[in-house]
Design a protein around this ligand. Sequence first.
Ligand SMILES: Cc1cc2nc3c(=O)[nH]c(=O)nc-3n(C[C@H](O)[C@H](O)[C@H](O)COP(=O)(O)OP(=O)(O)OC[C@H]3O[C@@H](n4cnc5c(N)ncnc54)[C@H](O)[C@@H]3O)c2cc1C
Length: 387
Amino acid sequence: MDFDVVIVGGGPAGLSTALHLQHIAPSTRMVVLEAERYPREKICAGGIGARAFRILERLDVEVDCPRVNLDAVAMRVGGETMVVRVPGCGAVVRRIEHDHAMAKVAMARGIEVRDGTPVSSIVVDDAGVRITTPTGDLRARCVVGADGVGGITRRAAGMGKGELRAQVVELDTEGLPDDLPRDTCVFDFATSDLRGYAWDFPTVVNGAPLQCRGAYVIRNLGPDDARARCAQYLASRGLDIANYRIKQFAERGLEPGVPISSPRILLVGEAAGIDIATGEGIGQAIEYGSIAGPYLARALAEQSFGFSDWRRRIDRHHLGFQFQIRHGCYRAFYGRRRPKIERVMPSLTKLFQVGVEDFAGLPMSKLALAHGAAQFVTAFARAKLMA
Ligand SMILES: Cc1cc2nc3c(=O)[nH]c(=O)nc-3n(C[C@H](O)[C@H](O)[C@H](O)COP(=O)(O)OP(=O)(O)OC[C@H]3O[C@@H](n4cnc5c(N)ncnc54)[C@H](O)[C@@H]3O)c2cc1C
């Protein structure tokens, strides 16, 4: 064997997995294979909840890159704008800078990261896995698929594309007088027939303060065109899409109950699936890595690579709980009850507060959750009485 573990993909999921595995089992022979050369672009708005920073802090890791710090999250819905202030709840980064900085941390800790190394084939046999790269084949005991939405590892594990799919279009524009303050990221659900949302995130491009705006369209809920939706949103803000460089990419949600591993292959991050309700995936990718590190260390210690309980491991973790809640919310919010939900949303302040605190990585108090749930039940009962 050349390696104990080969990690395919050097984005946040792959690098977080490597950092966590090295932390718990420093003698592991591993390599991260990244198809592109750093600094590499990843189409993404770059909003990260502070939960991800807290996870990395436990390893003494700080990803040192330019960022716009966030102190609030706003949601436009039902004709109102709700703003929840949680100082330090997150940040907006540019992925080209963030992922390069994270790769540098991994390399500084002695982790081998080979960029410019696209994996073209992964074959599992009784003894291990053969991974083909342009510079030759590698043998490993197991492989981690951290190669994102279009990666090869998922196919090698015998899984399809997945059903929960989103299309996302984004661009960077100048600020507008009616933008909210630059410490606030905005999710705009004002267009009721859009199965998704538009967004405004403050960003910084080569030192210039700009706004990243875009449209997130959940494709499995019906045909729609993210680019047209984005143009529509920009027009509503007085901007013409034709004046900007448009970037478009897909996202994959984690499907309930679907396996995300096969013998000797473990999927993490968007290769497995992230939150389909919002398309938030950077923090989740980092959290996947924090679970995969100890999980792999144990598999190596026991020389057991069936990985049949990987899905269960995720489901029982905070990450899985978050996925389940958000999956339930997405089905309710984008379904036929949307008009009613829109009417009651502005009164669900406590639930929204709990959601932002979770994004920030603050402990989720059971009391606050119960308060939010009570608010939800009361608001719906009142809406029913008034109907
Ligand atoms: C337009 C858009 C906006 C978004 N905005 C946000 C946001 O604001 N906040 C948020 O949290 N999430 C956002 N997301 C989602 C987020 O970008 C992803 O969920 C996140 O990047 C997933 O991380 P990952 O490490 O799993 O995969 P990726 O970041 O996609 O990394 C996968 C890596 O694998 C490499 N790779 C692929 N194939 C191979 C191969 N064969 N061999 C070797 N390497 C390979 C790729 O080059 C890449 O570097 C957005 C997505 C889109 C499309």
